[in-house]
Design a binder for this molecule. Structure first.
Ligand code: SAH
Length: 218
């Protein structure tokens, strides 16, 4: 671990929120508060702690990445969470995004296909006492039917198309936010209404591909 003191990390975190999050239009107070609170430097590899608050994604091992802070904030804001929300995340990775959501929502179920990443994420979340996050090691292609329905579903790896079964696991009024596509991906927000779904594209994005069964029919 770098020798940098916690106050310096806090200062970097405040600058991150000011320059990358608020300056780009994120308004949800709970999202801003959570991004100020969660120590992102604990979720990146030790060799990269000095870059933890930079305006870019970082490698977290196993060929995977932790998203740029702004993208984490944007996706979280789009989920429209409150203190009662029960959330499913597919792609725990470092555990950072789950940690941010855990500061806003009631409960986060986070599914990760790579056991080594899930174990590391579990350790950090436990260390921080973020006990409302449950990390489950499995292919998230089928979601988590036992714990459904969810108020919000978040994908942090890109499937070629949104799996229907994940929409099935949303409550009426719930929202799914996901990067969708192959090389060129769009960030989609899907709202489940009584009489169907409403879909909109928010931005062009670049995420790691979602693996597993979701690829089988493509
Ligand atoms: N949210 C993460 C970023 C994760 S990167 C963070 O805050 O750090 C995407 C993650 O999705 C990777 O860890 C990858 O292993 C995982 N993943 C890819 N396909 C998956 C699948 N089918 N089921 C569960 N996790 C998957």
């Amino acid at each position: 671990m770098a020798e940098k003191r916690e106050e310096e990390f806090l200062r970097e975190r405040q600058l991150m929120v000011e320059n990358q999050i608020v300056a780009r239009g994120i308004k949800d107070k709970n999202v801003i508060k959570a991004m100020l609170e969660v120590p992102r430097h604990l979720f990146v590899p030790d060799s990269l702690v000095d870059q933890a608050y930079g305006d870019f994604p970082l490698p977290i091992g196993e060929g995977q990445t932790i998203s740029q802070p702004y993208i984490v904030a944007l996706m979280t804001e789009l989920l429209k969470l409150d203190r009662e929300s029960v959330v499913l995340e597919i792609g725990t990775g470092s555990g950072y995004h789950a940690a941010v959501i855990s500061r806003i929502a009631k409960k986060v179920y986070s599914v990760e296909i790579i056991p080594e990443l899930a174990e590391r994420a579990k350790r950090v979340l436990k260390l921080l006492g973020y006990n409302n996050v449950e990390v489950v090691v499995k292919d998230g292609s089928d979601g988590l039917p036992d714990k459904s329905p969810f108020d919000a579903v978040l994908l942090t790896a890109a499937p070629p198309a949104v799996p229907e079964v994940l929409i099935d696991q949303l409550k009426i009024g719930g929202r799914l936010v996901a990067p969708v596509g192959e090389f060129f991906q769009e960030l989609l927000v899907i709202e489940k209404k009584k009489d169907g779904i409403e879909k909109r594209s928010v931005a062009a994005v670049r995420f790691v591909p979602m693996m597993g069964k979701v690829r089988k029919n493509h």
